[in-house]
Design a binder for this molecule. Structure first.
Ligand SMILES: [Zn+2]
Length: 179
């Protein structure tokens, strides 16, 4: 199968021709400067140069929240980006907000850890919850329940359903990205 000249993704039906071959939709969006330029006569080297050029605006300035799930994750559907606000409550370390394009998201999973504890001679099922985002070059964690709490509690159930929402919404993004 043919590969995108820029990101090496296998090319499906949607591909765009340049002087040296084809690029995928995600890369085409970048090298065509959001579909404003044609690339037909451009070489691979010229396209790579366009990709390498610094963005005109800082990511934080171009981020518009179009959807969000509490303070866990923000979505910018217009610019195809997510933002992890990294609210101190939901990270295990002090982090600044981070912005990532939809295209670098590889997967998103709910991870629950479980343990048992005897409290007043009764066994209790405890659990912790995090959402793990696997990106092209790193992994990010959103901790919804960082410290073990009773799995039957309302807080636990609420957080688990929020975590499921995050996973569903993030995984849905990937289907919209062709690259
Ligand atoms: Zn590509």
């Amino acid at each position: 199968m043919k590969e995108c000249l820029i990101c090496s993704a296998p090319l499906k039906l949607i591909k765009f021709k340049c002087a040296d071959g084809h690029v995928c939709k995600g890369c085409y969006e970048k090298v065509s400067l959001n579909f404003t330029q044609t690339i037909k006569n451009k070489t691979q080297a010229e396209l790579l140069e366009i990709i390498a050029a610094p963005e005109e605006e800082a990511p934080a300035e171009t981020f518009e929240i179009t959807r969000k799930i509490n303070q866990f994750i923000f979505f910018d559907d217009k610019h195809q980006k997510i933002c992890l606000p990294n609210h101190k409550k939901y990270t295990k370390e002090a982090l600044k907000p981070e912005v990532y394009p939809f295209s670098v998201i590889l997967s998103c999973q709910l991870v629950e850890e479980q343990t048992e504890q005897v409290v007043k001679k009764k066994k209790q099922q405890l659990g912790s919850i995090k959402v793990v985002l696997t990106l092209q070059e790193e992994t990010r964690e959103i901790w919804l329940i960082p410290n073990f709490i009773n799995r039957d509690s309302m807080a636990y159930k609420t957080m688990r359903s929020l975590a499921n929402n995050i996973v569903a919404e993030v995984n849905q993004l990937k289907e919209g990205v062709a690259c």
